[in-house]
Design a protein around this ligand. Structure first.
Ligand code: 5GP
Ligand code: MN
Ligand code: MN
Length: 449
């Protein structure tokens, strides 16, 4: 590995945005997956964020870029939970004014409105066919408070497999499985000037949501993964890993995938939109004023302009972190600050609110989307005891962290011990100059998926 600057290293295949401390523990499998991804034709840039870890066919924490004129697209790299992302709700209250009993009540009331776990539907959202179809093509929803999407192709709902279309209609406002969460937090300001501009204050009660496109995106991902395999085979396109598929964007199946992916990304955003509305309605019932600060996706392909050229950028388990004055910043409030980046740690550790900075042009304005796993799900389930898990949840600054009705033994793989140390990861982000911290949040209560 050759050092480019502090926190930025390169080998023959990719750039690694991580301190030596993180790099030394980087899984060999990520290096292999980097080598594999670098073999997709015409790749202009391939990078890995400090939370990088092995994924199916490609690593979580991948940034891959092509010039639009010769771009390829990969459903494997976008990932199955298309448009998965984070949303942060702010309130007008101090966390210390919400006692444990009230927090428990709020959490219960939120859970009554938002089903958690795999395969759930939400009967409270009954959409007409027309409304549903309008939604799947609507780039205007929450447009002031979320990533701006420049359409690569016009929408076409015929590209959505029937199974996705059918199930998707009933899964809005559902959290999903294990790694998805609604977390109630206490915010500590780090950057006072930015905090004031964004409406943050020390001790603030805030809520973080992590969820994606549910079965809708998953079916689309699987469906096109298979279709890509078939087309690659028929065209004699070889891949270093059968799980890693890719096609040039002018291919018909690739075009269809991009159209369906765009709808799935919007699906995920609308899912978070409904959930934040439900959460805000519960908070208002308890005289807590609440509003959304921002919403960022982390499994998605976007078209973005760099040095007057349109590029295709896929961020897989990685987040856009636009610097001040970037043309895609959706709201004047963030014009001279860069947009907010929501960077969770784990259910037992801090999370961070960051902002993009000019220096991160080197990562194509990208930062990691979390701490990243240090133990695979299987390994975590085998090695972590319920006792250790429960201890980790009691070490929060404000005493015990409340959790929803789940049994700890059912999600040992979500224990704080399964994730990298967020402080190491944030230190790495700062050293690599990808983003800069605005606030730090401590968990008070977590509704796990
Ligand atoms: P992913 O999208 O890859 O499943 O997860 C994103 C990140 O969320 C993980 O890398 C981890 O750092 C973080 N995370 C997972 N579960 C929780 C949780 O319950 N609370 C918080 N604050 N962060 C979490
Ligand atoms: Mn997800
Ligand atoms: Mn996610």
């Amino acid at each position: 590995m050759k050092k480019i600057r502090d926190g930025v290293y390169t080998n023959d295949y990719a750039i690694f945005f991580m301190t030596e401390e993180i790099l030394k523990d980087l899984d060999e499998g990520v290096l292999q997956q980097a080598k594999n991804a670098s073999q997709i034709p015409n790749v202009e840039f391939l990078g890995y964020t400090p939370d990088a870890h092995i994924g199916k066919g490609t690593s979580i924490g991948t940034i891959i870029v092509w010039d639009m004129s010769k771009a390829w697209i990969s459903p494997t790299i976008v990932g199955v939970d298309i448009g998965c992302g984070m949303r942060l709700i702010l309130t007008d209250k101090f966390a210390d004014d919400i006692d444990k009993a009230l927090l428990k009540r709020i959490m219960d009331e939120v859970e009554d409105l938002i089903p958690t776990g795999v395969g759930k539907k939400n009967k409270k959202i009954a959409l007409s066919k027309a409304k549903y179809e309008e939604y799947l093509q609507n780039t205007e929803i929450d447009k002031d408070i979320s990533d701006k999407m420049v359409l690569i192709h016009e929408f076409d709902l015929d590209t959505i497999p029937d199974e996705a279309y059918e199930i998707g209609k009933e899964q809005f406002a559902t959290l999903g499985g294990g790694n998805h969460f609604i977390e109630f937090q206490k915010l500590h300001v780090i950057d006072k000037i930015i905090a004031e501009k964004w409406g943050l204050f020390d001790g603030q009660f805030v809520v973080m949501i992590h969820s994606g496109s549910r079965r809708f995106g998953a079916v689309i991902g699987d469906y096109y993964q298979k279709k890509f395999k078939d087309v690659m085979k028929s065209k004699g396109i070889t891949t270093p890993d059968p799980q890693l598929t890719f096609l040039p964007i002018d291919n018909k199946v690739a075009k269809d995938y991009i159209k369906a992916m765009q709808s799935a990304a919007i699906y995920a955003k609308i899912n978070r939109h409904y959930m934040s509305n439900f959460i805000i309605s519960v908070l208002e019932k308890h005289s807590i004023d609440a509003w959304v600060l921002y919403d960022v996706a982390h499994n998605i392909a976007y078209m973005e302009r760099f040095a007057n050229r349109e590029k295709l950028v896929i961020r897989k388990g990685a987040t856009r972190a636009l610097p001040p004055n970037h043309y895609l910043i959706p709201n004047p409030k963030f014009a001279d600050t860069g947009h907010p980046v929501i960077l969770p740690g784990s259910m037992g550790s801090s999370s961070y609110l960051m902002r993009g900075i000019q220096d991160n042009i080197i990562s194509y304005h990208t930062v990691n989307h979390g701490a990243g796993r240090v133990l695979s799900r299987t390994k975590a389930k085998k090695t972590i005891s319920i006792d250790e898990f429960s201890k980790a949840l009691k070490q929060g600054q404000d005493g015990e962290i409340l959790i929803n009705t789940k049994n700890l033994k059912d999600f040992l793989d979500e224990s704080p011990q399964s994730y990298k140390d967020i402080e190491l990861v944030i230190n790495s982000v700062i050293t690599s100059r990808l983003a800069t911290p605005v606030a730090k949040m401590e968990p008070l209560g977590v509704i796990k998926g």
